[in-house]
Design a protein around this ligand. Structure first.
Ligand code: C5P
Length: 413
C-alpha cells in the first residue's frame, strides 16, 4: 500500500514535523513501552492523541500518557469532552496515521473481523489514513493459528504489521511475540511518513570501501565505513524507490528491503553494477572505490625477506564514468572526497565524469564519521548542506536528487 502524505518534505531533521498521529494502546504488559514512544514522537514535533482500551488502563495510567503527550487521553466512546459524542470520528479526522502499540491478540482479532465495540476499534474502522499495528503477546498466542490467520488477513487489508520481535517475554518464556522497542517503532513511523518522492523508480547505489587483495591475507583498502551509502539506500527506500545496493566490506546492517550484492574488489563491484545499470533510473556512486589494484595477486602469502618489495599497481575501471557514458545512462550522482580545494576538485570531477550532480565532502571530516557536511554541485550552482547526521543528510540529498531527476525526465521526454 503506497501512502503519499499531503505535507511537503522539509529538509529539517524533524521530518515528522507537524504530523498528527493517533496512538492506540491495548491491554498488554508492553503498554509501558508506549510511554517512551509518545515521548520520542512528541520530541520530534508530532502531535500525538492517545486512545486507550479499558484493559490498557490496567497496565499504565491515562495520566502518564496525558503528561507525556500534553493532550487529553481518550478511553471511551461516550467521552463528554467531545460535544457530539462522536469521539471516533473526531479523532480519526485529520489524522495522518493511526498506530496501535501494543496490539493484543484480541485487538488484532477484532480488527481482522471488522468488530467495533470500543473507541479504538471503532476509530480504526472509521479511518481514512493508514493503520500500523505492533503486535505484542506471549509466543503461544502469537503462534496460534487464529492469530496468524488474523495477521495475514490484516496484511491483505493493507494494515502494516510492525514486528513482533523474538526474545525474553514477560511471562518468563523466550520466543516470538515481543513488541518492537519504542525507538524501532518510532523509526518505522518516521520512514512510513516520508513523502514517496521516488515511487516507481529503480535506484542503484554503490557503498563502502573496496578491498584489493595483495595475497590471501593482505590487501589495499580505505577507511570508508559505508555509513553514508547505507543511509542513502534507506532514505531512497523510504522515498518509495526500489533499491539495489552494491556494497564493499562493511559492518553495518543492510536495509532489509534493499536488494544487496556484497562485493570485495573494484572489479567485482564493476561486474555487479554492469548487471544492474541498465534497469536503473538513478545511479548513486557513494563507494570509496580504490583507484588502483595490484597487477598480480599472489596465490600464496608473500614471505618476508630483507629486500625491498615492489608491488606493481594498475588502475581500476572508473565505475561512475562508465555508467555515465552509457548510451541511455541513468541519472548519475557522484561523490567526491577531497582533502583540499574541495569545490574546485569536485567540479572538475563532475565535468570529467559527465555527471549532473556531484556531492563533495572533506575526506578528513567524512570518512567513518556519523555526521558530515556536504556540498552539492550541479548546473544550477553550488550549495552546502550544513553539518548534520548522515541519516538526515541522506534524506535531504534524496529529496534533492528526486527534484533534479524529475526535471531531467521532463526535459528528456
Ligand atoms: O575519481 P574519484 O575516485 O575521486 O571519484 C569519486 C566518485 O567516483 C565516487 O562517486 C566514486 O564512487 C566513483 N568512482 C567509481 N569508480 C572508481 C573511482 C571512483 O565509481 N574507480
Amino acid at each position: 500500500m503506497v501512502y503519499t502524505p499531503t505535507l511537503c518534505f522539509s529538509c529539517e531533521s524533524g521530518v515528522t514535523d507537524s504530523k498528527r498521529i493517533v496512538l492506540g494502546i491495548t491491554g498488554g504488559i508492553a503498554a509501558y513501552k508506549a510511554a517512551e514512544l509518545v515521548r520520542l514522537l512528541v520530541k520530534d514535533g508530532v502531535e500525538v492523541r492517545v486512545v486507550m482500551t479499558q484493559a490498557a488502563c490496567g497496565f499504565i495510567t491515562p495520566a502518564t500518557l496525558q503528561a507525556l503527550s500534553n493532550k487529553p487521553v481518550f478511553t471511551d466512546m461516550w467521552d463528554a469532552r467531545v460535544s457530539d459524542n462522536m469521539a471516533h470520528i473526531e479523532l480519526s479526522r485529520g489524522t495522518d496515521l493511526i498506530v496501535v502499540a501494543p496490539a493484543t491478540a484480541d485487538f488484532l482479532a477484532k480488527l481482522a473481523n471488522g468488530l467495533a465495540d470500543d473507541l479504538l476499534s471503532t476509530l480504526s474502522i472509521a479511518r481514512e489514513c493508514p493503520l500500523l499495528v505492533a503486535p505484542a503477546m506471549n509466543r503461544q498466542m502469537w503462534d496460534n493459528k487464529a492469530t496468524q490467520r488474523n495477521v495475514a488477513q490484516l496484511a491483505r487489508d493493507g494494515v502494516v504489521i510492525l514486528g513482533p520481535a523474538s526474545g525474553d517475554q514477560a511471562c518468563g518464556e523466550v520466543g516470538m511475540g515481543r513488541m518492537l522497542e519504542a525507538q524501532q517503532i518510532f523509526n518505522e513511523i518516521n520512514s512510513f511518513l516520508q513523502p514517496k518522492l521516488l515511487a516507481g523508480s529503480n535506484v542503484l547505489i554503490t557503498a563502502g570501501p573496496t578491498f584489493e587483495a595483495i595475497d590471501p591475507v593482505r590487501g589495499i583498502t580505505n577507511r570508508s565505513s559505508g555509513k553514508m551509502g547505507y543511509a542513502i539506500a534507506r532514505a531512497a527506500l523510504d522515498a518509495g524507490a526500489k533499491v539495489t545496493l552494491v556494497s564493499g566490506p562493511t559492518n553495518i546492517d543492510v536495509p532489509s528491503a534493499a536488494h544487496v550484492e556484497r562485493v570485495e574488489s573494484t572489479n567485482e563491484m564493476f561486474t555487479a553494477v554492469k548487471k544492474h545499470a541498465n534497469a536503473a533510473d538513478i545511479f548513486i556512486g557513494v563507494a570509496a572505490v580504490a583507484d588502483y589494484r595490484v597487477e598480480k595477486t599472489s596465490k600464496q602469502k608473500i614471505k618476508k625477506t630483507n629486500r625491498d618489495l615492489n608491488l606493481k599497481l594498475v588502475p581500476n575501471p572508473d565505475i561512475l564514468a562508465w555508467v555515465a557514458a552509457l548510451p541511455k545512462p541513468p541519472f548519475c550522482v557522484g561523490f567526491a572526497a577531497e582533502s583540499q580545494k574541495l569545490h574546485e576538485y569536485a567540479d572538475a570531477k563532475r565535468r570529467r565524469k559527465k555527471v549532473p550532480l556531484m556531492v563533495a565532502n572533506l575526506a578528513q571530516d567524512a570518512i567513518g564519521a556519523d555526521d558530515n557536511e556536504i556540498t552539492l554541485l550541479d548546473d544550477s550552482g553550488i550549495q552546502t548542506l550544513p553539518r548534520a547526521p548522515k541519516t538526515v543528510l541522506a534524506r535531504q540529498l534524496v529529496a534533492y536528487i528526486a527534484k533534479l531527476y524529475s526535471s531531467d525526465k521532463t526535459r528528456i521526454s
